[in-house]
Design a protein around this ligand. Structure first.
Ligand SMILES: Cc1cc2nc3c(=O)[nH]c(=O)nc-3n(C[C@H](O)[C@H](O)[C@H](O)COP(=O)(O)OP(=O)(O)OC[C@H]3O[C@@H](n4cnc5c(N)ncnc54)[C@H](O)[C@@H]3O)c2cc1C
Length: 189
């Protein structure tokens, strides 16, 4: 796992943060999972779990995603954290502050009720720190586990990218220039 030709950042390479990529995967809440079926690309948003070089996604066994993502299928996963909206005195330089990680890997189903339950437990704890299986909620039953496919994505390549700071337009550092500028909080919509 590391940066490769697919994940080498070409545009603004100075924003590459390969050392932060795992941290971004640990902090993110939504993964956009991209895959190709018969030449047609699909991107599906999902909850996920990350640990030790592997991403985990899950879905109803009958759903399209688990049915489509067969053993060994290549996928691309994007996780984004939005940190601010960046306004410039020039149209071209409007931007966003963000941290993003993109991973490429291959899928394999996780089998075995004990292993699936342990991963779901840790996934739930990542979203709800301190929430305890068997105390705060019932563990999944054998029937629950049967109808829920858990897929492991072994990461082959991973990189992170981060933009921080104010706008970088030609007049953004000049207080008396035309227009307004600033970095604004992400609105709650
Ligand atoms: C924040 C978030 C977290 C989610 N977490 C999970 C998860 O952990 N597991 C899980 O199984 N599902 C999750 N979902 C739902 C997931 O996005 C899919 O809707 C679901 O997995 C069914 O996928 P499918 O390909 O079988 O859907 P299908 O109904 O077969 O998809 C058919 C078409 O419906 C449209 N579509 C599907 N999903 C969406 C969507 N979310 N928004 C808009 N259009 C859509 C697309 O055009 C797609 O091609 C999550 C959704 C969100 C937004």
């Amino acid at each position: 796992m590391g940066v490769g030709e697919r994940t080498r950042i070409r545009t603004h390479p100075e924003r590459a943060v390969p050392d932060e990529a795992e941290e971004i995967l640990l902090a993110g809440l939504v993964a956009h999972v991209g895959f190709v079926v018969d030449g047609q690309p699909f991107v599906i948003p999902m909850g996920y779990h990350y640990e030790a070089g592997k991403l985990y996604i899950h879905g109803a066994r009958g759903g399209r995603l688990p049915r489509t993502l067969r053993d060994g299928q290549p996928v691309c996963v994007a996780v984004t954290l939005l940190d601010g909206l960046v306004a410039s005195r020039h149209a071209l330089y409007h931007s966003m502050n963000y941290r993003g990680a993109i991973a490429f890997g291959r899928v394999r189903p996780v089998v075995g009720d004990a292993q699936k339950t342990a991963i779901f437990d840790r996934m739930t704890l990542r979203y709800f720190p301190g929430r305890t299986m068997g105390v705060d909620y019932h563990p999944p039953s054998a029937a629950d586990l049967k109808i829920t496919e858990l897929l492991e994505i072994e990461i082959e390549e991973l990189n992170g990218k981060r933009r921080t700071g104010p706008p970088t337009g030609p007049e953004d550092a000049q207080p008396d220039a035309f227009g307004t500028r600033g970095v604004f909080p992400v609105p709650d919509r």
